[in-house]
Design a protein around this ligand. Structure first.
Ligand SMILES: C[S@@+](CC[C@H](N)C(=O)[O-])C[C@H]1O[C@@H](n2cnc3c(N)ncnc32)[C@H](O)[C@@H]1O
Length: 294
């Protein structure tokens, strides 16, 4: 919800914070800052998870929903893509619906001299900035610009233009955990905008939700649990099947480079006993037609 800090942003942050309680060699992701962004409820949840120790981790890994595992694995997928893009010469990074994403700090070395633009509703953005300011002494010095926006009402190009975003430069866009809360029109128009903002070599990493069409009880529970997001005032409104995503992206002017569904994420980043929520997938894509050249 736009007037209050996003609860889903805090939930996914809880999952990233909870990954830190695993021994280093078992972690799919390393986000030491995630715990700072938890509120009273999610902090209590983290303490409870920590207290359950190894048995708690085994129980979590056996829980069939696998949502926490998906959240951690998609973040790792995008981390890897971001790291590779920065190595390959990406000059700026844009996080759309940034929530409590800490990549600006975790990738500080690779980002030296490069700016990160973080866009979100004002309430989430302000809360994040306050927490970052409280921990300023513990964080590396980075060039982050926080931008308050409502994607459904304001144009990304307009808000970026006034804060020094360099049109036509090689950009890495992250759009993680957001498309499912938008309308189809908003997703299409955002893709259209991103295609025109970045220069040659720009890339987008994003994920999609889709409706599981199996009638078995587990799929039914998973469909029902997705509907529960309505209770957090962040209902799921858009989905697309992974088989259809490359053609959809192509119609918006993007070529899908890598697409990881639940099985792929599980194989790449997780031990065999950790199941991944199967109703989402993550991808990287690059613009097929670049509007600007430098
Ligand atoms: C599930 S959270 C994901 C946060 C972050 N990308 C991550 O993965 O940790 C979704 C984020 O999108 C933001 N968001 C959703 N709809 C938005 C809109 N219309 N305008 C701006 N931000 C929006 C929410 O405030 C929230 O921070």
């Amino acid at each position: 919800m736009k007037n209050e800090p996003s609860r889903t942003a805090e939930m996914v942050c809880l999952y990233r914070a909870a990954e830190q309680r695993r021994p280093e060699h078992e972690r799919a992701l390393d986000d030491p800052y995630a715990k700072w962004f938890l509120g009273p409820l999610t902090r209590t949840a983290l303490l409870t998870l920590e207290a359950t120790g190894r048995l708690g981790r085994i129980a979590e890994d056996r829980t069939p929903t696998g949502l926490s595992t998906y959240i951690v694995a998609r973040h790792r997928f995008i981390d890897d893509a971001l790291g590779a893009a920065l190595d390959a010469g990406a000059e700026q990074v844009v996080l759309l619906g940034a929530g409590y994403d800490t990549r600006a700090y975790r990738f500080a070395d690779k980002l030296r001299g490069k700016r990160v633009y973080e866009l979100d509703f004002f309430a989430t953005s302000r809360r994040k900035q306050q927490i970052v300011a409280q921990h300023a002494d513990e964080l590396p010095d980075v060039d982050v610009v926080a931008i308050e926006i409502d994607f459904l009402r304001e144009r990304i190009a307009d808000v970026l233009a006034v804060v020094g975003f360099e049109l036509g430069r090689r950009t890495f866009f992250v759009w993680e955990g957001v498309s499912m809360y938008l309308s189809r029109e908003a997703v299409k128009s955002t893709l259209d905008t991103l295609r025109t903002l970045g220069g040659p070599g720009s890339q987008l990493a994003m994920d999609y939700w889709f409706l599981l069409d199996s009638a078995d009880w587990l799929s039914t529970i998973r469909r029902a649990s997705a509907s529960l997001l309505h209770l957090l005032n962040e209902p799921i409104t858009f989905g697309i099947h992974p088989e259809d995503a490359p053609a959809f992206m192509e119609r918006q002017g993007f070529v899908v480079e890598d697409l990881a569904d639940a099985d792929t994420l599980q194989r790449r980043y997780l031990s065999a006993d950790r199941s991944v929520y199967p109703a989402c997938f993550v991808l990287t894509a690059s613009a097929a037609r670049v509007a600007h050249s430098r």
